[in-house]
Design a protein around this ligand. Sequence first.
Ligand SMILES: Nc1ncnc2c1ncn2[C@@H]1O[C@H](COP(=O)(O)OP(=O)(O)OP(=O)(O)O)[C@@H](O)[C@H]1O
Ligand SMILES: [Mg+2]
Length: 338
Amino acid sequence: MNSCIEIVPPAISKTEEKRARKATDASMIKLLPALIQAAIYRNQREMISVSTQLLAATEGTHTLVHEKLKRLLRGPNTSAQVKEPPHTLANIGLPTIALDDVVLEDDLEADVQELLLEHQRRAELQAFSLEPRHKILLEGAEGNGKTMLAEAMAHSLDLLFIQVKFSGLLNSYLGETGKKLDEIFEYAAGQPCVLFIDEFDTIATQRGSNANDVGESQRITNQLLLSLNKLPAHTVFIAATNNLSALDKAARRRFDCELSLGKPTQALRQKLASKELSPTLTPGSDLSKWVAPVAALELSNLDALVKLCRRIRRDQALYQGAGIQSIISRAQAPLLPA
Ligand SMILES: Nc1ncnc2c1ncn2[C@@H]1O[C@H](COP(=O)(O)OP(=O)(O)OP(=O)(O)O)[C@@H](O)[C@H]1O
Ligand SMILES: [Mg+2]
């Protein structure tokens, strides 16, 4: 008989657990203003300091949150010697666009998933002396989602998104741009993150293509090649261009893969139009009959398609859809519903 072993009644331990959780919740809530302030002012050092306190507070009481914080804080740049973020040169923050927000052709979506998987299963690759592919070139005409896709990849990987600002980079004194690029790459290399440069061809310009160039663009491209060579695999570098032929060939060769966001097909336009005109965005109204006519339009890009769908939704919201037919006609629809 061992009935006397049950010394602690389970009701008491439950109450204690609840009390401990309440105390943790209270201390976590007190940290929120400091965390929000650090986020607003993009003070990474403060953000890490508060997050470290949150990590300690959640131990043993909020296991899932604790594990997630641990993962976020795992980077080598989370110690006291964290570098000041180069705010004048880049927008640095947590990504908000999710992969579900970006519509992609099936093949491209499969390629993206494959890349993401390599990062999620990095340890298995390392066992085979391999690294995940982490230098990615996005190519394609403007307005088809290159920037969105870069941010969505950062979101999927739960990584900081660092987007280079051209104003800070190119409007600098002669000889300064290379140095600034180096500063950005060095910062990005210090932690797991996604570093994104749009209009990459304007930075990595084909050397010797401009007769008026006094060597500055050559210097910048050379600097870039050095930075790309030493970039660690935990830094995912994504560059976008809509002018592949202007891109320096050696710089192009540095990428592990190229993804093309080409001219959207009718199927892709249909997918995006269904999303933009979905009943979840227009509660109480059914705009599904306009999906096919919108998808049939040969608009210049997906950006134009999204804008058109939003005009349609606005018309529905304000005038019960009285102007939709005319909005589509003016956008030159070859097909209109009866
Ligand atoms: N694939 C897509 N899925 C969903 N929305 C899209 C897509 N492509 C474009 N859009 C819409 O167009 C807008 C502009 O897209 P984005 O800035 O990502 O294009 P881009 O290819 O980076 O263009 P640019 O070459 O001018 O930089 C987005 O904010 C979104 O509204
Ligand atoms: Mg872009």
